[in-house]
Design a protein around this ligand. Structure first.
Ligand code: ADP
Length: 762
């Protein structure tokens, strides 16, 4: 279908698309148009990665705006929100406005009333609905990107419920759900009363295979030699083979070298792989390329001065990079652009971002097909769907004859297994996870609290709109799960019946507004009510026991260590103390381990030391700290709501976690730009509070901050010093901190906030 023939879109669109090199629609796009996606019809599009889903979304949203309507685009990952916004801002020259709604869960985002296209995560949309954002009722078109994620046990139910609520509030709403190829697209379409485009069409042929020994084995039974040198890793060998030009017998180039995407299972592994593979890519770079890469590296350093930024820049200088949700979005786009420009020859990425990286490359190497899974307590294989999504990134349309995507096997058995498991396998069916108790109790409370339903019948009607209902035979089961959860909410005083109507109690409203699992709230309330004078450890342990905290895994051999700690500090723990012989004791100990990590952090132990002691990455420490800060904040609100005496103790514990400091530094560390290490140095130089800082001798401040003038000026300004300039000031030698072994301001930088994604955001 020629772009000029798309009905009901703005008249400038065809030219706009042509300017982007899009002359005609890809077959699945054309099919979507034929099924009415530009005319307000709902659609489920289940099509492979890189087959142009974004354009389908844009066609739907632009035609809705053209009719005077408003559109919402639900992103699967917070890290992608600003990227999508930037993409849609290409339409601002046609007077189409775009707004992104991130930020804290409690606001209703009223300013979004006036924009044409809103971009938000499903969690954010859910909370906007809960907080009664008025514009939600004005929506005409909702796009849900990566809708197959309704299958995710942690985040899926929120997406599912959000779509159900939006549809119930507005029965005429157009829903456009974009999905990877899944096993049951028709069922998704049935759920959303939508038309279906279910296609396996790709703009470029894809060959899937497995590398084993000295050869690539492909799905069509063919085999190609690919030697791994002794001492070389398979990934490096495949990368070398990808980058090298292909030569004929006379040494003429028959095909220019390409680039590769490498998928690994964690942020840390992505960084390590990029570092290692840089030694392969650097051998292929000429002078011009090195100079161009140096420029990109400088831009990367300019984004922030964190360690991650440094590491990334170092790899980029050698033609390699990593890409994950822990990077700032400017970092990510610099990497993506340089990869598209073929300056970077390899990008090592985590699976979660596989969908977000629109960076086709000749080869995709799926290096890790297992990943740590907290629920399973160990390594679990990735789903077929995820692996196929990564593989789908292979092949640059119009540039490569075909794309190649390979997994790596270490044994003949593994070669067979990988073929069975991934190469020949069909993607799984998407299954609702809403029946899981935490999801059900959270969403039932929210539904009642927001006045969405006030009776058993109303709730059942609402649940009828979910995928769960589509997939469950028999109403009886849904009713049973629901009744159990309603009883739970009633017993805990989160809901009550008034004149035959279900209502949230003030406490229930607070719990819902705080975005807590009701069971977390019940655990916290029970603990706080029993607390006379809680210690920080007691409070950390309490919040670590809630289902909203992802506990650290107790390794073999640690049971004894933590059991001893439990008895040593017995008096500090709040709420229940299960017996050593009960099964749930192990969970309780895992929470203790997590709590001790927080205690170390709030006791100013170095981050490096913490990662070593608990066998986790810096991102994990950050994740625990962020979650604990949120839960302690919630505990503070609950204590306030219930008029408990421990509110002050809870607030202090929260601040200590927030800044990673002992009591005496809370005030100082609260000054922007100070952070835990600088606060300690200032304190040692005799500056103990924010007001000390305002009146301090500048030479002392400068010395305590190791002579860094800019930092010192910044800090003084943030503390409200009347004259922060450091011009002509000399560091006071008596106030200089003693030399430190780690020599580092390194972790100060992370505190100023490098887009720290939440746990689970890879
Ligand atoms: P997906 O979201 O399905 O993974 P994208 O929407 O990111 O895929 O599209 C992949 C690439 O294909 C983008 O660079 C996009 O500009 C390009 N593209 C999309 N539709 C067309 C088309 N009809 N003709 C040419 N290129 C297209």
């Amino acid at each position: 279908m020629d772009v000029a023939d798309i009905p009901a879109v703005p008249e400038w669109l065809p030219d706009h698309l042509r300017a982007d090199g899009i002359e005609s629609l890809y077959p699945p796009q054309a099919e979507a148009v034929e099924r009415g996606v530009t005319e307000g019809e709902s659609l489920v599009a289940s099509i492979p990665t890189a087959s142009g889903k974004t354009l389908i979304a844009e066609l739907a949203m632009l035609s809705a705006v053209q009719r005077g309507g408003k559109a919402l685009y639900i992103v699967p990952l917070r890290a992608l929100a600003s990227e999508k916004k930037a993409e849609f801002e290409a339409f601002s020259e046609y007077d189409i406005s775009v707004g992104v709604s991130t930020g804290n869960y409690e606001s209703s985002g009223e300013w979004l009333s006036s924009v044409d296209i809103v971009v938000a995560t499903s969690e954010k949309v859910d909370s906007l609905v809960r907080n009664g954002a008025p514009w939600i009722d004005d929506l005409d078109c909702v796009v849900s990107d990566e809708v197959h994620l309704v299958d995710d046990p942690n985040r899926g139910p929120t997406l599912e419920v959000t779509l159900a609520k939006l549809r119930q509030r507005n029965p005429d709403l157009q829903v456009v759900a974009l999905s990877a190829t899944v096993g049951n697209a028709a069922e998704l379409a049935e759920w959303l009363d939508a038309n279906l485009v279910d296609s396996t069409w790709r703009p470029i042929e894809l060959r899937k295979g497995v590398h084993y020994g000295q050869a690539l084995h492909f799905d069509d039974g063919s085999k190609r030699e690919l030697r791994v040198k002794s001492g070389e890793k398979a990934t490096a060998a495949i990368l070398r083979d990808t980058i090298a030009d292909e030569l004929d017998e006379e040494g003429n180039v028959t095909e220019e070298g390409g680039s590769a995407l490498v998928f690994v299972n964690s942020r840390r592994n992505a960084e390590a792989a990029a570092r290692r593979l840089a030694s392969t890519t650097s051998k292929f770079l000429d002078g011009d390329e090195l100079a161009a890469l140096k420029t990109v590296a400088d831009e990367i350093r300019g984004v922030s001065d964190t360690e991650t930024s440094q590491d990334l820049a170092e790899a980029v200088e050698q033609g390699a990079a990593f890409h994950h949700a822990g990077l700032a979005s400017e970092h990510r786009s610099l990497v993506e652009d340089a990869f598209r420009d073929r300056l970077l020859r390899v990008v090592c990425a985590t699976p979660t971002l596989a969908a977000g990286v629109n960076t086709p490359s000749r080869r995709v190497i799926v290096r890790d097909w297992r990943r740590y899974d907290g629920n399973a307590g160990g390594m679990a294989p990735l789903s077929v769907l995820e692996v196929h999504q990564m593989m789908g990134r292979a092949g640059r349309p119009g540039m490569d004859p075909y794309g190649e995507a390979v997994l790596l096997a270490n044994s003949h058995d593994e070669l067979d297994e990988l073929f069975e498991r991934y190469v020949w396998a069909d993607p799984e069916a998407v299954r609702s996870k809403l029946a899981a108790e935490p999801a059900m109790r959270t969403h039932l409370l929210a539904t009642i609290a927001s006045g969405f339903a006030d009776s058993r019948e109303g709730l059942l009607e609402f649940l009828g709109e979910t995928l769960y209902a589509t997939q469950t035979d028999g109403q009886a089961r849904i009713e049973r799960v629901m009744d159990d959860m309603l009883a739970y909410l009633r017993v805990n005083d989160f809901i009550a019946e008034e004149g035959g109507r279900l209502k949230a109690t003030p406490l229930g409203h607070t719990v819902s507004r705080l975005y807590l699992d009701p069971m977390s709230a019940a655990t916290v309330i029970d603990g706080l009510e029993s607390a006379e004078d809680p210690t920080a450890m007691g409070l950390y342990h309490l919040v670590c026991r809630t289902p909203d905290m992802y506990e650290l895994y107790l390794r073999s051999g640690e049971r004894e260590e933590y059991t001893m700690l439990a008895y040593e500090r017995e008096t500090e723990f709040l709420g229940e103390f299960p017996s050593e012989f009960e099964e749930r004791f192990d969970d309780w100990l895992s929470a203790l381990k997590t709590a001790r990590l927080l205690e170390d952090w709030a006791g100013e132990v170095d981050e490096d030391r913490i990662t070593e002691r608990y066998g986790v990455g810096p991102g994990d420490v950050r994740g625990k700290v962020d979650t604990a800060e949120w839960l302690l904040g919630a505990a503070e609100s609950l204590a306030g709501e219930l008029g408990l005496d421990c509110t002050v103790a809870v607030r202090e514990a929260k601040k200590r976690v927030q800044y990673g400091v002992r009591d005496e530094l809370i005030d100082l560390a609260g000054v922007r730009g100070v952070g835990r290490k600088r606060a300690r140095r200032l304190f040692e130089a005799g500056i103990e509070t924010r007001s000390d800082l305002r009146n301090a001798e500048k030479g002392v401040v400068l010395a305590a901050l190791r002579g860094r003038r800019k930092t010192a000026e910044n800090v003084l300004e943030n503390a409200g010093h009347p004259e922060p300039s450091m011009e002509g000031v000399r560091p006071d030698p008596d106030a200089a901190p003693a030399a430190e072994v780690d020599g580092g301001d390194a972790d100060e930088a992370t505190e100023t906030g490098d887009d720290q994604a939440s746990l689970g955001d890879f």
